[in-house]
Design a protein around this ligand. Structure first.
Ligand code: TPP
Length: 483
């Protein structure tokens, strides 16, 4: 008898990235997830389906706040990282703007049923052509095990240490049941990952839901009961049994709604992409540039700037002033403040773009000029500068040398000059003047003309002081550095 050996080929599906490179260091880890977590299983089912349906390149995933945010690291699809609970809203926009794409909203129970409870109901009710994978692990995983809307009666969490008591904490929200009551959704199902048979059913549900979206059938919702042994305080191996013992009675599995066959195609009005018709519809008036453009070097006709320093050094005002001036000269401009934890003692920063063409992203990820007002800023932002850019730094407060030798360095005693003028606060305007001299974008005389507009309502004395500060910064650069 001839027996044919069956060969099992194990490999990662094409839906996954080959290297998890988005986070430095993460490429070494196979996964971020805890032992026994269900996210990895669901990821695999989705990644395989994306490959088999040949939609990897058409797919755009929303990664929200919670452990689900990590989908960004694994899937070889387009991604949006979204605010807590807002995945269905962003997915709506993405799907409407790109009707041929397959938009996935992958959400946890805290994200979807608590902070995002209304968002999901409204998207489902509108029948958006998106697929939602709802990971129900009955707890907030990422933040350390607080009660979720799906936490079970009696379940102990860090915020219900004696167990969830429906009298005070309400009952678990049954999201599939709720969504299935709405008219628009076409497919609503609840599956589980606690054993092989149910994982196979989840696999089928994932595929059906993705097919629905690909075929523009409308809103599909797959709730998946998912292990979270870390926050359930069980051993990883006991996670599946925890689902059987605790979740199945409260969250019965099954298809809650399926009108896929009869669903009409989701037809949305074609989004208007061309700006002329938008301008016309809005009765938009082109604003006239107030000032004639100067002869600006090529590099700075696409100015991408980071201004950075201590909170209180006028970093944000410097950025706003420069963006405002750029506008007066008829450039397209953007200003993006960064209020991070940096505000507490480290660096506060903002990005400014002043450009001829259209501006894509407003964050200056590779600036061609930086203004570093203190040492942490210099250390942080010189690293991301473009070769050939200009590094303007405050030599009053920074006594180290920049490490980059492929950029042009402008040490200017910005704070010292402001002090000499009589007020440390005008240091931001000294840097504005120095910036004008380096880039050639602004004529300092014209800047002065704009001062009343920039400092509307301020006393004449303050305006004069700021004008002097701009001229001081401008002249210092002109006198000390060749152009
Ligand atoms: C606006 C906002 N509120 C609160 C938080 C804190 N937070 C981060 S994750 C999370 C809960 C996530 O739980 P869940 O959606 O169940 O996902 P899991 O981590 O269990 O997969 C919370 C409350 C936040 N990041 N942003």
């Amino acid at each position: 008898m001839i027996s044919m050996a069956r060969k099992t080929v194990l490999r990662e599906p094409d839906g996954f990235l080959k290297v998890y490179k988005h986070k430095p260091g993460a490429e070494k880890n196979r996964t971020h997830y805890c032992p026994g977590c269900g996210h990895g299983i669901l990821h695999k089912l989705i990644a395989e389906a994306l490959e088999d349906l040949d939609i990897v390149d058409d797919t755009i995933m929303m990664s929200p706040v919670g452990c689900s945010v990590f989908v960004y690291y694994y899937f070889d699809t387009g991604h949006f990282q979204v605010a807590h609970g807002r995945a269905p809203a962003v997915a709506t926009a993405v799907s409407r703007a790109n009707p041929d794409s397959v938009v996935i909203s992958y959400q946890g129970d805290g994200d979807l049923a608590a902070i995002g409870g209304n968002n999901i109901l409204q998207a489902a009710n509108r029948g958006e052509n998106i697929v939602v994978f709802f990971v129900n692990n009955a707890i907030y995983g990422m933040t350390g095990g607080q009660m979720a809307p799906t936490t079970l009666p009696g379940q102990k969490t860090t915020t219900t240490p004696y167990g969830r008591d429906p009298k005070t904490d309400g009952y678990p929200i049954k999201v599939s049941e709720l969504i299935s009551q709405l008219t628009a959704p076409v497919y609503v199902t609840r599956t589980s990952l606690h054993d092989a048979a149910n994982t196979r059913k989840t696999r089928a549900a994932v595929r059906k839901a993705l097919q629905n979206t690909r075929d523009k059938k409308g809103f599909s919702f797959v709730e998946v009961l998912c292990m979270c042994p870390t926050q359930w305080k069980t051993k990883p191996i006991d996670g599946p049994q925890w689902i059987i013992d605790n979740m199945l009675d409260v969250f019965p599995l099954g298809v809650y709604k399926d009108i896929t066959e009869d669903a009409p195609l989701t037809v949305r009005p074609t989004p208007v992409h061309d700006s002329d018709s938008v301008k016309k519809a809005l009765d938009y008036k082109e604003s006239k540039a107030e000032l004639t453009r100067l002869d600006v070097p090529e590099l700075f006709r696409k100015t991408s700037l980071r201004v950075s320093g201590f909170g209180g050094q006028g970093i944000m005002s410097t950025g706003i002033a420069l963006a405002h001036l750029g506008m007066e000269y008829g450039y397209n401009v953007s200003w993006l403040p960064s209020y991070g934890p940096e505000m507490r003692g480290g660096t506060a920063n903002c990005s400014v773009k002043i450009q001829d063409g259209s501006i894509g992203a407003s964050e200056a990820t590779e600036p061609n000029i930086i203004i570093a007002m203190n040492q942490p800023s210099l250390e942080k932002f010189e690293k991301i500068m473009q070769t050939g850019g200009a590094l303007l730094y405050n030599s009053t407060l920074i006594d180290i040398e920049p490490s980059r030798d492929d950029v042009k360095v402008y040490p200017v005693p910005i704070t010292g000059m402001a002090d000499e003028l009589g007020d440390t606060r005008v240091q931001s305007m000294v840097s504005v003047g120095a910036f004008a001299a380096i880039t050639g974008l602004f004529d300092p005389a014209e800047i002065n003309r704009l001062m009343p507009g920039l400092f509307a309502g301020k006393p004449e004395k303050v305006i004069k002081m700021n004008e002097k500060a701009i001229m001081a910064g401008y002249n210092y650069v002109k006198e000390h550095f060749s152009s």
